[in-house]
Design a binder for this molecule. Structure first.
Ligand SMILES: *Cc1c(COP(=O)(O)O)cnc(C)c1O
Length: 455
């Protein structure tokens, strides 16, 4: 037996010592959070004794605590730069708002607002009034209701119209939209019973009509947002389905998903069904998202025939799914761009769709000139996608800046860009990092150039 072994735990600094060192490192970090994080970090160091070669120094522990506390005290979600070329990118928050919509959110939320006050009469007003008339004007619908998101809109319509009754859906449209949104599950959770008709690839109007009985509440059509059926396929047109519905006394519900007010065909894209067309075809309830092709805040919009919108709005769930003042302010400001005929100039999603490939190429080249000598780069034709469950498989011709790593991997180059402030999110393609300027807002360009310079 040798001398007394020194317990390495005794060399670990105390919580107070670490907190004091952190406060010296950065006086802004002298908050109660530091104590908690110092405690956790010390416990981690203690637990790692024996498995890590050396004990970290007091300075290293303090740095680790400071880093954690800085992350904890940072705003989140925070701004990010989307250089992926996917315009409606769900992981990046979908649609960026127009300046006017941002201004409207700020004005409505800075202080009090007339959210439920009729300023003229001084009596209680309706939350719905802020949006309903605008939506009537834009879509031709008799009535409108806004909820939290489109998944909620679909759920509320089904619960309000079909609880305890049957809903007829084509087998080709009993789809999963993403994450946990699956039509058969939503239907059963809303208390309705799914009656699936037709086959995966072909459904005819007689399939719906033959399934209609005394307990049929709805014919439901669902936009196949994230896939296409090609080849020997047939689906029923809306007008035809609405006619069959009228004959059978069954209203038609149409979940458009993305829901556009603008014809996509004028931008070289496949025609996406418009909300106006759905209303004009005689659909009782049309649902769509606020933050896909509409280009506004997260919201679910229900437009349709008054009788059915009123039924749905009286369901107790409507209160649980109602939107807040920030959402309504942004949504209305966004809708006003359409009313003023300036949607393509003012709404970022549409500006991006409409951007000319020549302008995109020039931007990519300007960025390339900022890339340090040690990296090689090219300007290369590429394709942007609309994304967000609209126009599956459809792309827009674009240009990208391709960064070819030499010593490091494409992954570590992409990580370096994501570590910038704000983080820049790019694509990895063929072993290189690709930045598509189409989805980068003009005001974020300075950030991109400076991140490229410091690569
Ligand atoms: C995206 C989508 C939804 C869900 O809309 P959220 O706004 O994400 O809740 C529902 N149905 C269809 C067809 C969609 O494309």
């Amino acid at each position: 037996m040798g001398g007394v072994a020194v317990d390495p735990r005794r060399a670990i600094p105390s919580v107070d010592t670490i907190a004091a060192t952190v406060a010296e490192l950065d006086p802004l970090l002298s908050t109660p959070v530091v104590i908690g994080e110092a405690r956790k970090e010390i416990a981690r160091v203690r637990a790692a004794i024996g498995s890590e070669a050396e004990l970290p120094t007091e300075g290293q522990i303090a740095e680790a605590v400071a880093t954690k506390v800085r992350l904890m005290l940072r705003n989140s979600p925070r701004q990010a730069v989307n250089a992926t070329g996917i315009i409606i990118h769900t992981n990046l928050g979908r649609a960026p708002l127009s300046d006017e919509a941002i201004e409207a959110v700020s004005a409505a939320s800075k202080g009090y607002s007339d959210l439920e006050l009729d300023v003229e009469t001084g009596t209680r007003g309706s939350r719905r009034a802020h949006i309903e008339e605008t939506l009537q004007e834009l879509t031709g619908a008799e009535a409108a209701l806004v909820v939290n998101n489109n998944a909620a809109a679909v759920f509320l319509c089904l619960a309000g119209m079909a609880e305890g009754r049957e809903v007829v859906v084509s087998r080709g449209e009993a789809v999963e939209i993403g994450g946990s949104f699956r039509i058969p599950e939503i239907l059963s959770k809303s208390g309705a019973t799914l009656v699936d008709v037709g086959t995966t690839n072909r459904t005819r109007v007689t399939d719906y009509a033959n399934a209609a009985g005394p307990n049929t509440a709805l014919f439901l059509k669902v936009h196949r947002s994230n896939f296409k059926i090609v080849g020997f396929a047939e689906e029923v047109g809306l007008r035809e389905l609405c006619e069959a519905g009228r004959n059978k006394g069954v209203p038609v519900m149409n979940d458009l998903g993305s829901g556009t007010l603008i014809e996509t065909a004028s931008f070289g894209l496949e025609p996406e069904p418009t909300v106006q067309q759905s209303v004009a075809d005689g659909v009782a309830l049309t649902t769509f998202s606020g933050d896909k092709l509409l280009g506004g805040p997260q919201a679910g919009i229900i437009v349709g025939q008054r009788e059915f919108v009123e039924t749905v709005s009286k369901h107790p769930l409507a209160r649980a799914l109602r939107p807040d003042k920030m959402c309504l302010a942004a949504l209305r400001a966004n809708l006003l761009h359409y009313l003023r005929g300036e949607a393509v100039e003012k709404i970022p999603v549409w500006r991006m769709i409409a951007a000319s490939s020549q302008v995109i190429e020039e931007r990519a080249r300007r960025w390339g000139e900022a890339v340090p000598k040690r990296l090689s780069w090219q300007i290369k034709p590429t394709e942007s996608a609309v994304g967000g469950g609209s126009l599956p498989g459809e792309t827009l011709p674009s240009w990208g800046l391709r960064l070819v790593p030499e010593r490091e991997s494409a992954d570590s180059l992409a990580l370096a860009l994501r570590s910038a402030d704000p983080p820049i999110v790019a694509r990895i393609e063929d072993g290189a990092v690709l930045l598509d300027p189409r989805t980068v807002l003009e005001r974020d360009e300075i950030g991109v150039v400076s991140a490229l310079k410091s690569l």
